[in-house]
Design a protein around this ligand. Structure first.
Ligand SMILES: [Zn+2]
Length: 419
């Protein structure tokens, strides 16, 4: 049953031009990395492929037609959005949302300037290990509902709070029930019980844990951060990623968050889809990311700096060098407990020097590139009909009206009563 969506005041297609959106080029999704450097270096507003006074036809969950409202074809059903802006559903390419418990006491202590040794990730690890499957499944479902209520249609979910073979496999099994973008992060930190023998823990991660987790995961990730005694060195990261790739997983990296380090270089070297955080970068790191722009995305997570009162990454430096930039939440119980992509867009504009157009692209098409998806993050013929509706006339209102609940996903299913 087809659905005609009219009354779209401004349609963000991310196709580079309205003509390209109508022609369509995203039928299958999947493996193509998806960012052409020439198009990416162009004007950020042009890249959004804006269609004013637009209409769009959805058929079988896919975009079937895009164009000016005046030329719209007939469909089985129709809804009128009354001049609202529509953009692709946000693609949040970085989250850690399979966990139990919270760390609000740790957050409060940090914000009140008190010393607090709450144990960080170990606290969440203990609560997560103690939770039943049903508890974790319920918590995860509530979080996914929260993402969707704010316009996010694709969420990547990492393991990393189990850190035993059984607990990591369980986290990924549960995550795979709600997303196809699952990431094995057994190398999140060395857990307390393994700190006497790091090499043995890396052997566990790359051996039995990888074997148990690979069936439920698409990606392998590692927290490469020599500045932290509990995270992993460049050499350990290379070992973890290489093993994961050998098991058929695709690499991505947490790097350069707390200080300068080898994360970016390792990510580029193994052809990672994304290196995430990128707060402390040497000129050579920026140059390497610019050279790898068709392969490796720099994913910035400004909610972390916001939530920890830390300096933001320099998005302007990356963009001006031609690096492909994505925005994601890093939603997690410790350093950023926000599932709000609109907040990340507002922070990117206000705190990291991105224009509204750049931030909206990075939160949609950028996230898709970081997940090597061409079927999401764009509204072109053949793409997934993930429509994020704003209670506002243009995409710029996302940053202009921070904290206001403007974004939601449009239910295009057959049984919905339109809006
Ligand atoms: Zn993270």
């Amino acid at each position: 049953m087809s659905l005609l969506v009219t009354g779209i005041g401004e349609l963000v297609t991310n196709a580079g031009s309205p003509e390209a959106a109508r022609a369509g080029d995203a039928p299958e999704g999947g493996a193509s990395a998806g960012v052409e450097r020439a198009a990416y270096r162009g004007d950020p507003v042009t890249r959004l492929g804006l269609v004013p006074d637009a209409a769009l036809v959805v058929d079988d969950g896919r975009v079937a037609w895009i164009g000016p409202a005046a030329a719209a074809p007939a469909a089985d059903r129709a809804i009128d959005l009354g001049g609202r802006a529509v953009l692709p559903g946000f693609v949040d390419s970085h989250s850690h949302v399979v966990y139990a418990g919270d760390r609000v006491a740790e957050f409060t202590a940090r914000m009140t300037g008190q010393r607090y040794d709450g144990g960080g990730i170990a606290t969440t690890m203990a609560a997560t290990r103690a939770a039943s499957d049903e508890e974790l499944r319920g918590l995860l479902a509530a979080r996914i509902t929260e993402f969707r209520a704010q316009g996010t249609s694709v969420v990547e979910i990492k393991s990393g709070y189990g850190l035993t073979v059984a607990d990591e496999a369980r986290a990924l099994r549960l995550a795979a029930e709600v997303t196809s973008e699952t990431t094995f992060l057994g190398a999140h930190v060395v857990p307390p019980e393994a700190r006497g023998d790091r090499a043995a823990y890396v052997d566990l991660v790359t051996g039995p844990m990888l074997a148990a987790c690979a069936p439920y995961a698409r990606w392998i990730d590692v927290f490469c951060e020599p500045a932290s005694p509990y995270a992993f060195t460049g050499e350990e990261a290379r070992t973890v990623l290489t093993a994961g790739m050998g098991a058929g997983l695709l690499p991505r990296v947490h790097g350069n968050q707390l200080g300068h380090g080898p994360g970016v270089q390792v990510a580029v070297e193994v052809g990672a889809a994304s290196v995430d955080h990128c707060t402390f970068l040497a000129d050579a790191d920026v140059a390497a990311l610019a050279d790898a722009a068709g392969t490796t995305v720099a994913t910035l997570l400004p909610g972390v700096e916001f939530s920890t009162r830390s300096p933001y990454p320099d998005a302007r430096r990356l963009l001006d060098a031609g690096v492909v930039v994505a925005l994601a939440t890093d939603c997690n119980p410790g350093t950023c407990n926000s599932s709000s992509m609109p907040l990340m867009v507002a922070l990117a504009v206000r705190e990291m020097g991105m224009s509204p157009a750049e931030a909206v692209w990075s939160a949609t098409a950028g996230g898709a590139a970081a997940l090597r998806r061409s079927d999401v993050g764009r509204l072109v013929v053949g793409a997934a009909a993930d429509l994020c509706v704003l209670d506002a006339p243009t995409h710029a209102h996302l940053a202009y009206r921070p904290g206001v609940p403007l974004a939601r996903l449009l239910d295009v299913s057959e049984h919905s009563s339109a809006r």
